[in-house]
Ligand binder design. Structure first.
Ligand SMILES: [Zn+2]
Length: 313
């Protein structure tokens, strides 16, 4: 009997589990609310364990969590989970389920999903970037998922691209995710709106420039609004700047862009590729790395978590 492949993605609001069939398609999905409150660790572990049971996990279980995870499966910090710091998630889940438990950062899991079953199939060196509220990252190099010394590799969102830029929740200034994430897009749009441009976008936001969000810009851009398209272009330049820096560091074959903003791939892909081509170092000496949008959308973390037992090592 083949063993069940079950993966669970723990997010700030939802615990999402999937069971994969032998071909790597999602057979079943299950969602639970993420327990909140400072004493919620025990409840969170119970929730994950019950989702794993319901999905039929029989020998192993993969879990993706949003934060810095050590190679041993200890979640050191998770800003979006109440009261979770220095929690040995792997050990607690082993105790609760009796399964072999593999725990990793959610974006690292998403990288595994896209590499083995998604946009990056067949690549040996691939970088996954999730463009959501912040930016997550995962890295495959030399045909292996990379975790770094501590397990903290791939925190690309906190590369500083402007030392005097806006304050980041991490405590520093000008991190890439202040510009190139969903919140970055909203900030660029509010800046443009405060300069009394973007009248159509501000209208969509109910008339207040401070209420402008990314989706208002996207809606106006899809309707052909020139000023909104200019904000998208500015945003694309910030995304491409980070990708060109990562290219110098990692020399990848492909970038896969996932996260919430991947839903607007039709708007972003061309300007990102255009700026990336302009910003790339020594373009005449290398094939340009491919830039693709992710296959798995919001399931990427859970699908990749289900693959962790196979890609460990
Ligand atoms: Zn930061």
């Amino acid at each position: 009997m083949t063993r069940a492949r079950v993966g669970i993605d723990v997010g700030g609001t939802k615990v999402l589990g999937v069971a994969l069939d032998p071909a790597g398609e999602v057979e079943r999905e299950l969602r639970r609310d993420t327990p909140r409150g400072d004493d919620s660790v025990g409840e969170l572990i119970d929730t994950i364990a019950s989702v794993a049971r319901e999905l039929g996990a029989d020998r192993s279980l993969g879990v993706g969590v949003p934060g810095l995870v050590t190679r041993a499966g200890v979640l050191r910090a998770a800003p979006n989970l109440d009261g979770v710091a220095d929690v040995d998630v792997a050990a607690l889940l082993r105790q609760a389920t009796g399964l072999d438990v593999f725990v990793d950062n959610d974006a690292t899991c998403a990288a595994a999903a896209e590499w083995r079953l998604g946009a990056g199939i067949g690549t040996r060196t691939m970088v996954l970037i999730t463009l959501g509220t912040g930016i997550g990252g995962g890295l495959v190099a030399s045909d292996r998922l990379q975790r770094g010394l501590n397990g903290f590799a791939g925190e690309f969102g906190h590369m500083v691209v402007h030392p005097d830029g806006p304050r980041c929740p991490c405590g520093r200034r000008g991190c890439w995710e202040r510009y190139a994430s969903g919140s970055g897009l909203a900030m660029l749009a509010r800046e443009a709106a405060t300069g009394r441009r973007l009248s159509h976008v501000v209208e969509l936001a109910g008339g207040d420039p401070q209420s402008v969000r990314g989706e208002h810009v996207q809606d106006a851009a899809r309707a052909g609004d020139e000023e909104a398209l200019a904000v998208i272009d500015d945003f694309a330049r910030w995304v491409a700047l980070g990708l060109s820096n990562l290219t110098n560091a990692l020399d990848p074959e492909m970038f896969v862009l996932g996260g919430g903003l991947a839903a607007g791939a039709d708007l972003y892909l061309d300007p990102i590729v255009g700026w990336y081509r302009d910003l790339l170092y020594q373009p005449s000496l290398r094939p340009m790395p491919a830039i693709r949008f992710a296959r798995w959308g919001s399931l990427a973390g859970a699908v990749g978590a289900a693959l962790l037992p196979e890609v460990e090592g």
